[in-house]
Design a protein around this ligand. Sequence first.
Ligand code: ME8
Length: 662
Amino acid sequence: MSKKKFYITTPIYYPSDRLHIGHAYCSVATDAMARYKRLQGYDVLFLTGTDEHGLKIEQKAREAGVTPQQFVDNIVEGPRGVKDLWKLMDVSYDRFIRTTDDYHVTAIQRIFKRMYDKGDIYKGTYKGKYCTPCESFWTESQLVNGCCPDCGRPVVDAEEEAYFFRLSKYASRVRDLLVNTDFLQPRSRVNEMVHNFIDPGLEDLCVSRTSFSWGVPVDFDPRHVVYVWIDALFNYTTALGLLNDRYPDSDYETYWPADVHFVGKEIVRFHSIIWPAMLMSMEMPLPKHVFGHGWLNFGGEKMSKSRGNVVDPYLLGERYGVDALRFFLLRTFPFGSDGNFTNELLIQTINTDLANDLGNLLSRTTAMAEKYFGGTLPEQQAEGPEDAELLAMAGALRGRYEAEMEKYAFQNALGEVFTVIARANKYIDETAPWVLAKNEADRPRLARVLYDLAETLRICLVLLRPFLPGTCAKAFAQLGAGEALQSWESAAVFGALPAAAALHKGENLFPRIDAEKELAALDALMAAQKPAEAPAPANRPAAPAADIGEHSPEISFDEFCKVEMRVAEVRAAERMAESRKLLKLTVFDGERERCILSGIAKWWAPEALAGKKVAIVANLAPRPMLGGSYVSEGMLVAADTPDGGCSIAFYPDDLPAGSRIH
Ligand code: ME8
């Protein structure tokens, strides 16, 4: 009987810069899932790669004085590039696609032509607001205060000839797919897609560009290059040989449709609306699931190169070991939600789960086996009243873990394993092997206690293999557990380890870290990695140079007193589908809740503000915003920072909302 198939993908990343911990997060999660399915006996295909076309790469290459191809080659294949990173992180991909690969380019041209021949792609005129410096078209609703949402400069009316994809034709089928199936996960993302994008009306999508050339040329009209998202999305199928000769057609037959695409939440729209619509047009089966995972922020803010707050996975992986880093990412943050990366959390997780709970359990168990039995447990063993609960928990663990893994709930799956590990540590306290060791008559009981610990550990380690591949191999060696005892099947039965288990104490898997010292060292290392002067983000002019000298006209004290500033509590903060620049804040001003839209989305993650006490201008006349869809009732007070960002002052938690600021 042939094996069951499992096809899983990461997004293909833009090689416009070095990848950071956020990219590693998605790849490590995908890797854990792929390893888990392989452990279960599936024939897995794990695809990752790089999305190498587009204006941004063309510009970056120009800045670097190299060709776009040289630029991406260096970031993908060069030292400490994308492929090196996945090697370091033990990401066990089976196939790596680069969208500049010839076979992919050819296939994209054929795909584009096929949709054109069908009438789903047609030539029209793109009318929109054009930002000349950015060479970008925007729709009216994308503009921020009438200007380019990327650079903040004025836009002009412009039109160009372009090809369009009949997205509107597929709107109701896509809606049905999202609402009535479990295609898009977590479920919470469905509402956002349906209400914000589909229900307001899906317009046909502009799928070609003439303003730059670094892309796949439309072969029957070479002035145009194919829109980068068409080029990118079809990677999931061209890498299986669709319409090309690089891979056999049978790969496509075997693995398509994908079981799941893991993608970050910001690209869920492309994967859950545009992608299925194009597949419908191509009359191809749809992937079974798209899972939109959350963002990893740093210090409460979205990681970004320009802000100089990206976390370098090389630094952490090399310092703490790749397994510790992989484990931390998947143990700490629920996969479907945003998480806040901090160095404190990283060290704490390594110390608590890995050094204390898992590492100690293994070293205590093997050390006692050596000390009391020379490493090999005697077959004569005696049960005791403490055994039943541990055995039941360890015996049921695989099922509980599997239920969570099938939902991509890595944090919960690991939580199940660590609950059993904690129970095993408690079992040591309950049975007190060092007391049993004092009495010859208790030796059979002592042997059984150590056996139960070793066997519990073995089961846990089998289930930890997808997360800690390197460490588990070393730990199995200490338990004398060969291949058969590392298998998925063997984790379902308590007692697979032979009674006369041969244990030996090996190296300490996760040495405890001196948190205080390490945090200081890590902070210093990260600070040293920051660019000396972070370039100002494009749509906020660098503040001090321009602003400090340009004072506002003098006002009288009475005039100043007219401005009513108060402390307000941020009760909710959220990103807005309608604007990349604005955050929607719900603040309590001591009397009532009000809505304030604040142009800080580029610098502040909503989670960093929720619950905080901030300063607002409370008597500003309410202002309709975003075409009148919202009324902003006040203003958040924030300071410009030298690098063009913004800093917000937080008042102490115990200061009542409504307190007047003078
Ligand atoms: O969007 N937290 O590529 P990209 C969590 N080329 N995940 C993060 C993250 C963060 N801070 N930053 C990045 C693209 N990611 C397109 C994709 S697919 C057909 C084309 C992860 O280089 C997350 O998975 O911007 C996100 O979706 C992906 O990297 C985006 O990578």
